[in-house]
Write a protein that binds this ligand. Structure first.
Ligand code: PAF
Length: 300
């Protein structure tokens, strides 16, 4: 069956209503286009877990602040569609701004404190725009399962909270970060880096690795102050002359609350998440890692 490309929300509704009546489980992969391997890994996962995969491509204006350049966001629709066709995606939903936000649109989702911190501090209306469009996409596509990348860790937390708080019957699957061979997390923004910036940008993943190595090396303590871990990351990132560190946050993986120390755990829950934001010239890169500080298997 060939891939359907649909722009009209009414047509998408009709299409999924028929598929759902036939008992199909609908998977969606929400994107803003400019697709790379990270997005494609979400599509492949959806193809495994759902009967029908819909990819949405929409550069959502409400998640851009007034100082952020919405017009400069990369738009590569033809290339994106070719990639999706190769993966045998069932349908691509590509609405216009007017279709998603018609004249008189005025209702927004207001995420709580999970959206105020970290990225939300820098971009105060960003997650309100993300939550609003994701809720609309869930409704329009009748999604049973939705796939998001861990790369946007806080975005995943905000959406998860919205799903829980609004009792939305959508299963959320968070897929691992896909990295270039040197460790740089894939991102639509990497294309803005100069050759030298791109070479140095590997320090983000190196910083995260250094933190995990530091935890692994602790044999005689069960508690490490986060400042020690932060200093280690800072030291690693600072080896790149072009890197300007915006943020190194070490927080609770579910609530994103600040923590003062990382404690050794003997369950499967991750001890902390480390979230980085580093600028190279005008390009702001983010990366993150869930860190493990576990009791050794040999300890009782
Ligand atoms: O992660 C993104 O690309 C966007 O924030 C999303 C989830 C598609 C909403 O516009």
């Amino acid at each position: 069956m060939s891939m359907k490309i649909v722009g009209d929300p009414v047509v998408v509704r009709q299409m999924v209503t028929e598929e759902k009546r036939a008992g199909k489980r609908i998977g969606i992969v929400p994107t803003m286009g400019a697709l790379h391997e990270g997005h494609l890994s979400l599509v492949r996962r959806s193809k495994l877990e759902a009967d029908m995969t819909i990819v949405t491509i929409f550069v959502n204006p409400t998640q851009f602040g007034p100082a952020e350049d919405l017009d400069k966001y990369p738009r590569t629709l033809e290339h994106d569609l070719a990639l999706l066709e190769k993966l045998e995606v069932d349908a691509v939903f590509v609405p216009t701004d007017e279709m998603m936000y018609p004249q008189g649109f005025e209702t927004f989702v207001a995420p709580g404190k999970i959206a105020d911190r970290l990225e939300g501090k820098m971009r105060p209306t960003h997650f309100r725009g993300v939550a609003t469009i994701v809720l609309k996409l869930f409704h329009l596509t009748g999604a049973d399962v939705a796939f998001f990348g861990q790369k946007d860790y806080q975005q995943c937390c905000v959406i998860k909270k919205m799903i829980d708080d609004f009792n939305i019957p959508v299963e959320m699957v968070v897929c691992p970060i896909v990295r270039e061979s040197d460790g740089l997390a894939m991102s639509s923004r990497n294309r803005y880096l100069s050759t030298e910036e791109r070479r140095q940008a590997v320090v983000l993943s190196q910083g995260l690795e250094a933190a995990q190595k530091m935890l692994d090396a602790q044999v005689d303590t069960d508690v490490i102050p986060v400042d020690r871990v932060r200093n280690e990351i800072h030291k690693t990132i600072s080896t790149a002359s072009l890197a300007k560190i915006d943020d190194i946050s070490i927080v609770d993986p579910d609530t994103l609350d600040e923590i003062g120390e990382i404690r050794r755990r003997n369950d499967d829950r991750r001890s902390a998440v480390i979230l980085l934001a580093v600028r190279f010239g005008a390009t702001r890169l983010i990366d993150n890692a869930l860190v493990v500080f576990k009791k050794s298997e040999y300890e009782v």
